[in-house]
Write a protein that binds this ligand. Sequence first.
Ligand code: PMP
Length: 416
Amino acid sequence: MIVPMETESLPVDRIRQDFPILQRRIRGHRLIYLDSAATSQKPESVINAELDAYRKFNANVHRGAYLIAEEATAAYEGARKKIARFLNAPDPSSIIFTRGTTEAINLVAYSWGWSHLKPGDQILITEMEHHSNIVPWQLIAERTGASLAVVPILDDGTLDLEALDRLLTERVKLVAVTHVSNVLGTINPIKEICEKARQVGATTLVDGAQAAPHLSVDVTALGCDFYALSGHKMLGPTGSGVLYGRKEILEAMPPFLGGGEMIRTVTFEKTTFNDVPYKFEAGTPAIAQAIGLGAAVDYLEAVGRERIRAHEKALTAYALTRLQEIPELTIYGKAPPDGRGGVIAFNAGDIHPHDLATFLDAYGICIRAGHHCAQPLMRRLNVAATARISFYLYNDEDDIDTCTTALKKALEFFGR
Ligand code: PMP
């Protein structure tokens, strides 16, 4: 069941009923899932869309001469259209299905990066990037002779925009930046950054893994050249993701992977390639997953993205207030609820975040502990790891209250 839009605030209890896993009890407790930044839970409609793809019209896409193959193709291409609309991309052919954000960024690194970068060029990233927006650029820099430059963050966890201005020289050929930090929660001023990058002729890539699930993302208004996202963080299946690319740039790019589907003609002497997006979708794609992602988009749109954002903003403000009741906690990232997504990273004195997560698990509370694939940021924060809670449309103040109480008990238990 998809929740209709009849009220302003989110009817979280009813939304939860759409998520089978949230009916589970963990060691006698209600499951409280506060790790949606790692992966989101899936509503029944997404699970059913994927199951239906296997149960009713399982066939390969783009080549079937029979009804179920046509149905599979229509559902797969239908999902592409939904995602194009969701991101306000001008054309579904600018949407490439990938396994997730990591693969989307690697696609750009190996295709665009390898063919465009040369010695002396710079790739500008930021200090708050996830490893998946650092490592592909390092690998491609090694192959091309380009180098990495890094925009630092300020102590409040926002980007140092003055440093960005200084670093954004004509040498910079690509600016690759996260839309929302998966640790600090900071929402970066992407439109402004893309405009500045354009002024020096740089191409822009936005890591939207933590933004697309939560904000109303409009790639046309943002003015970015590439936008990467993970379907599994926005109610969709694992193995689903998207790279949006500006059509002219995609058309000029060489293929990423070679194989079936991405070709027009093949001889032993020469191969010509298919049009975009197929040029970048070699082999049999993740058909059922893409269809599931289409159902996730339907679900998010039916609930209303503005409403989800408003709910998460209020929840983040509430959580920040509740967590500040615990003086032993250090919270990383000080952007106000308006300028941050539903992610809060913290440490409780010298208790190891893994111990904290294990303690909370005894109460059915799932939180993340570790370096969050952001080791350079951990170094900047002068910590090895942090605990992290993150919210989505199925969380409410009760979840925060239970988590706050459990954190207070943890501090008692560990003698702090
Ligand atoms: N970027 C950010 C900001 C992320 O939070 C994540 C996932 N933790 C990724 C990239 C990578 O996404 P995926 O593992 O789905 O490819």
